[in-house]
Structures are given as C-alpha cells and as structure tokens.
Design a protein. Structure first.
Lengths: 320, 320
C-alpha cells in the first residue's frame, strides 16, 4: 500500500507492506488524516522515529471484531500495555511500555491502512463528516485541559499562540463561559474565534506584565512564548504547557517560585468530549483547514504544513 | 543601633538609625536572627536590595499597640498593602505593592531593632525557646507545601537537597505519614532525619529515572537538581519548586508536557502550623544549628553561612 514513510532522514511516499490486524487490533481503512506540528518535528529528528507518519485520522474498520467491522472510527494514539501500574491506574495514555501511532514504535495513518488497538477506537456519529471527525485527536488534546483543571466562568484565560492547537484551546475554554483572550501573530487566523466570544489580541500589542490572568495556555512552542506566559500568569495562577518548546532554552524560572505559579504539562486528551463537541457543533474546525492533498502528494502536504500562516493540512488517503 | 547593612556592594556591621514604629507597625527588639540562603543571594545582587539584611527573627515588642508590648514574637516577612486585589483575596503574601523584610524595600532583622507591621506578628508560646522560634519563618515555607497540595499517607515523596530547607521539608512531609526519601550530598546532614522515618539516599546513588515519585520537592537550587526532579516525578505527578535556581539554565521542559507533570512554585508559608509544630516538638531544628555569632561579628556569620556543609547560622542580636 502507499504510505508516507520516514526513514530517519527523509519522508517519501513509498509502497509499504499492509499492516495486519493481529491480536486485539483492528485494521482501519484511512479516509482522511491530518498533519500535526509533531509530524513536522519528527522529520526534524524528534523522537528518533522511523516508520509511517501520522496520528490524526478518521476511517473505517476493515478487519477486527465483528461489532467494529464497517464502523467509521477515530482512534486514540497511545497503544498501552494495559498491564503496568499506570495502565491499571487508568493512565494508559502514560503507559511506560506504550507505543504511539506515527510517533513511537508504531506505524501511523498517512497510508491507506493503519492498525489500531480495538480499545483505542471510537465510533464517529453518522452526522459528523470526515472533515470534522479528523480533528478529534487535536481537539481531545485541547479538552485535556478541562480534565486536568477546573475552569470556571469567573476565570480570565489567555491563550498564547494562534496555531491549530491554540485556536482549538481558545474555543474549548470559551465553551466553559470563561473570559478568553487569544494572543497571536495572524489576524486572519484569530478571526475564526470571534463567533465564540473570544477576544483577540496581536502579540505585538500584548502586555504580559499587566495581564494578570488566572489561567494561561502556552501554545506557541517557543521559549519567548513561555516567558510571556509566565509573566502573564497572576500570583497563584495556572500556566498550562500545551506544546513542547523545541530547543532547551535559557528561561528564568524564579517567577514561578516567587508568584507560586502552578504549571501543568498537558498532552493527549479524552476523545469522547471532543467527538461530542464536534457533533453538537460547539466548536468550529472548518476555518482551520488550509488545504487537502491526496496521499500520493503527501510530501508536498508536509511542506505546505510547514509554511508560515498555514493551519491544518489534510491528507486524503481514500484515493487509490 | 548596630546592624548588618548591605549597600549594594558589600555587607558590613554599621551604626544605622533606629527604625520607628509608625502607623500600624511595631518596633521589635531582636533576640536572635537566622541567615537564609536568600541573604547570601542578595549580597550577590539578587533583588538589587540595599538596606539592613535579615528576615528570620524572634524578638520582643518594644513599641506598638498596648496588647503587643512585651510580647515575644516572630513576624511574617511580606508587608502587604492590605488594599489591592490580591490582599483582598487573602493573598497578602503576593501583594503587588508589598515590601519584604530584608529583601525588598524594607529593613531587615540583623539589627538590634526591626519595624514590623502589627498584622504580621505572631506570639511565641512561652515554652518555645528562641533557638527554635527563630526557625518559624523557614519552617513556614516548608508548611506552604501542605497549604498548596494535599499530601496523603499513600504518597511516595522525594526531597532533593539536604540544605536547611530540604531538611525542614522532609520533616514536614514525613509528618503527614507519607513515605519520604531525602536525597543529598551530606550523610551527616541527612542523619537528623532518621528520627522522622525519612529514608535517606546519597545523590550519587540516586536513580531519578526509576524513582517514579508522586511528589518531588526541588530544594537544591541548581539546574542539575531541577533536571533530576523532573526525571524523578511520575507521570501526572507533582513537582514542587522550593528554591529559585540562581542562573537561568538550559533545561529541557518537554518531559513536563509528555508526562503531564504539575509544577508548583512555592515560597513563603503560614506561620501558625510552623509555630504549632515547633511547640509540640513535631519537628527538630536543633541539629540544624551550625553556629551562633554575635551581631558585631555578623559579616563573619555571613561568610560562615556560605561555607560548604554549613546549615543554619544564627546571629545573636541581644548583645549590646
């Protein structure tokens, strides 16, 4: 089958062997897949991954338990052992022996077929189109914040970064009734938030020192963003780290101690609230789609995803 | 009066004008004061402070409201405005307009007399000797952890650093019934923890990658310690930053996101539980006292406090 394969040096569309469903696994025919910033990090060497890229997808079960065959599904990306202490504690997303689709020791979804543990599958409601369902995984990462913290309508929240994740986080936070200010570089990206009563602010006009926010979400992935996020958090406030800063950076952490800030690292999240919000139209992902490429042109899709100003690039894997 | 004055370049015992009690302030005759690592940071330039050093003290009220005069007291170090939003929210220790004794715009306690807001005073029980009461402020900083987090007997805790604060934190955590492991460089410092059922470990023998702790307290103040602390915290565990790392350092924060670690900055704490624990003998501070100097030899006291292996150095301010 065709796939976008990364050999550790370069990513190319290659013929690779079809995956097998195997024990407790399902074989999924991929309809549509999304490119995440993590994919771009991986081809720069992050995680030392080699294999088929991609971890955001929607598709249809071809092989697996009878009750799943023919179902349209999305799938969680952490393949847990289901027996270690963390798995037994309900923290399978942190399983010490986990493989991660397209990221760590498991082939990904930029292909015609992908193998996924049956326990990772979620049915997609028939009313939800593929173009929205493919956002379940990144939207779940935004909902993770609500699983980790109590966000109330009285809170003043700031989201730093108007990339894909920042825009999803701003929508999710606004859904709690909290006052949300999204700070970014691109007015044309931020406009999609106006329908959600999110205030927007150009980063050049943002005064972090006077922001005094209850909750700040760092979604720029830059050390400058992290410094701004620390400065924008009120004493005893909460700072959510939603993106890994690529390079270790000289950051002064003393303000965390002086202002007794709580920093919460936040990664993958729960699929059910994300699917529910997409199905009920509580979030709007359509404005986030920049372009869709067929699988055969997946390397161009990767290049496009890395261009400034681009939001979500999708890969249509349904074409032969 | 005599005092240890820091002019921004050097600290010296000097004659300075006596403070006045003033509105809502008390004038305290200092009996005994303690040197904190922050004092050593200040004479290296931290906070750009100029004035009389010192913020850990016990003494007797000379002037102030009648009900306080003659009382033996300790005093909180943050002088709050009592009118800003943070003060009204009960977060006076984070008051935006605060002065901080011996640290920020307020003279400190390495002197015969010090001026303290009456609302910052706490009476010292008659059974508690000065040599123990002088530890109230640093012990309160250890108790701050229990104000910020729920620590339960089921938890496995690691304290990194066997300096004064680390040893106090280990005792306080052990008091919750939690399993506590203290990691440090100095066996002779760690031994005082044995009476509190704290396990001890030499830093060279400590394997942070397999520690998997529910709660880690970073009390080394080094970037190496912070990296070890991040590695020692289990997924979804909590890391308390108790000391500011002096120099901004190249630290890889990605594990915070991947393992969804919660980092809690922690500074000054509540005096009442600290005084209570000292009075009831639930903590033992006597082994932490390395040496006591008279005020006239306060510069030697500072030098001694900065020597390797030294714990608490006290300054006896009662002598004329």
């Amino acid at each position: 089958m065709k796939s976008l394969y990364f050999d550790g040096r370069r990513a190319a569309v290659e013929e690779r062997q079809e995956p097998e469903a195997g024990q407790a696994m399902a074989l999924v025919q991929v309809h549509l897949a999304g490119i995440c910033s993590t994919d771009l990090e991986i081809i720069r060497g992050y995680m030392s991954f080699q294999g088929i890229l991609g971890h955001e997808f929607v598709g249809e079960v071809l092989e697996g338990p009878a009750e799943w065959c023919g179902q349209r599904v999305v799938g969680e990306i952490n393949f847990a052992c289901e027996s270690c202490g963390l798995c037994r504690a309900g923290l399978g997303r942190h399983c010490v022996a986990r493989r991660v689709m397209g990221i760590l020791e498991a082939d990904g979804a930029f292909a015609h077929r992908v193998a996924v543990p049956v326990s990772n599958l979620h049915r997609v409601p028939t009313t939800l189109p593929d173009e929205a369902a493919v956002f379940t995984e990144p939207l779940a990462a935004a909902f993770e914040i609500l699983e980790q913290l109590e966000v109330t309508a009285e809170m003043r929240c700031i989201v730093l970064g108007d990339g894909k994740l920042g825009l999803l986080v701003a929508q999710v936070l606004a859904g709690t009734g909290a006052r949300v200010i999204a700070v970014g570089r691109h007015p044309e990206k931020l406009t999609c938030l106006e329908a959600f009563d999110v205030e927007t602010c150009q980063v050049g006009a943002f005064d972090s020192a006077s922001a005094n926010a209850d909750l700040v979400v760092e979604a720029t992935g830059t050390s400058r963003g992290l410094e701004q996020a620390i400065a924008a958090t009120r004493p005893r406030g909460t700072l959510v780290l939603k993106s890994t800063v690529a390079e270790p950076s000289q950051i002064d952490l003393a303000p965390l101690v002086i202002n007794e800030i709580r920093v919460v690292g936040s990664r993958c999240g729960p699929f059910e609230p994300a699917l529910d919000a997409l199905t009920r139209g509580l979030v709007d992902v359509a404005p986030l789609i920049t372009e869709t490429f067929p699988l055969i042109r997946a390397t161009q899709a990767l290049s496009r995803a890395g261009e400034p100003g681009v939001l979500k690039v999708l890969i249509d894997c349904s074409q032969p």
